[in-house]
Design a protein around this ligand. Structure first.
Ligand SMILES: [Zn+2]
Ligand SMILES: [Zn+2]
Length: 318
């Protein structure tokens, strides 16, 4: 309730901006061209922020794969240009037509565009639900795309970057782009009734996917406090190994369907590592607990060394 009230002062400013924008592009221009321009601004804006972070030497210690990202020149100009070209192609020839089509879908499902805006407090439950829906859709789509018969045809393209960077987020086969777009819009179609909600959701969704591919994992990232938030380490591991985890937003699908064992083992090993080059602060309790077999093996070795009495089972992170 307090959080909902705190959002209300922003409502007047949001209504003023939204009203000006609708007056400028017209009601018919919001869903298609308006959303396209908004998406481009957000996507390339977020990519530019992460590209700038890549240029700051003191931030390099937060790079998840420092060696691959720099020594193997994942950031080479040629690679970036190729990435940029495909992304522009996808945005113009796949996403823009989908947004134009969404204009009619929005009409069909009763989305409003005009003022007033929906209550800001509604966003507090809608955005988490949109994330849950997108994550579930993405998990199963992603697993299907890794099916060996399908993988070389579509998803292989997205895996060209084994140490990803922000702009690689939407570097994907056009067919994959279509299905990812459907997953993004499922939540709003089911639970929203205003285009403004879609735009707010786009901010959250694009930030999340660009950050997941940024190659950085910051200890002070507020998302570290969100229970079961997967974060960049989760998806970066998938790019590095071509194996699970497959989720986009949360850790629970991979845990539930048993596709994150390798990742959890690596997290456990990292948390044990004495290597100062590994800035290890992963809140593993939130990102999927370390593998039980790893913990059991460690307990056994401690018992043998006489450090832990037999029968004592520690449940906390060690
Ligand atoms: Zn994949
Ligand atoms: Zn990816």
């Amino acid at each position: 309730m307090a959080a909902a009230l705190a959002l209300e002062p922003g409502r007047a400013a949001a209504e003023r901006l939204w009203g000006d924008m609708v007056a400028a592009v017209g009601v018919g221009g919001v869903a298609g061209p308006g959303t396209f321009v908004f998406h481009e601004t957000l996507y390339f804006g977020f990519c530019a922020l992460w590209a700038a972070a890549d240029l700051v030497p003191t931030l390099r210690r937060y790079k998840i794969q420092p060696r691959q990202a720099h020594e193997e020149r994942q950031w080479s100009r040629k690679k970036q240009l190729r990435c940029l070209k495909l992304i522009i192609f996808n945005h113009v020839f796949i996403q823009f037509p989908m947004m134009m089509l969404f204009h009619y879908v929005a009409d069909l499902v009763g989305f409003r565009i005009e003022l007033p805006l929906p209550p800001m407090s509604r966003l507090l439950w809608q955005i988490p639900i949109f994330y849950v829906i997108e994550d579930f859709w993405f998990y199963w789509l992603h697993r299907f795309l890794h099916w060996p018969k399908i993988y070389p045809l579509i998803h292989k393209m997205h895996h060209e970057h084994t140490a990803p960077f922000g702009m690689a987020a939407e570097y994907a086969h056009p067919v994959e782009t279509v299905f990812l777009g459907i997953g993004t819009m499922l939540g709003p179609i089911l639970f929203a009734d205003h285009m403004f909600t879609v735009w707010v959701w786009l901010v959250f969704r694009l930030w999340e996917t660009v950050e997941d591919h940024s190659g950085f994992d910051f200890p002070w990232n507020p998302t570290n406090l969100i229970p079961f938030w997967a974060g960049s380490a989760h998806h970066d591991f998938h790019h590095k190994t071509f194996q699970g985890p497959y989720s986009s937003v949360f850790t629970w699908c991979d845990w539930l369907f048993g596709t994150d064992a390798l990742f959890r083992r690596q997290q456990a090993e990292l948390s044990e590592s004495k290597d100062p080059n590994w800035p290890r602060f992963y809140p593993a309790a939130f990102r999927g607990a370390p593998s039980m077999e790893f913990l059991e093996a460690r307990r056994s070795s401690r018992r043998i060394a006489g450090l832990e009495p037999e029968g004592v089972v520690s449940t906390k992170e060690e």
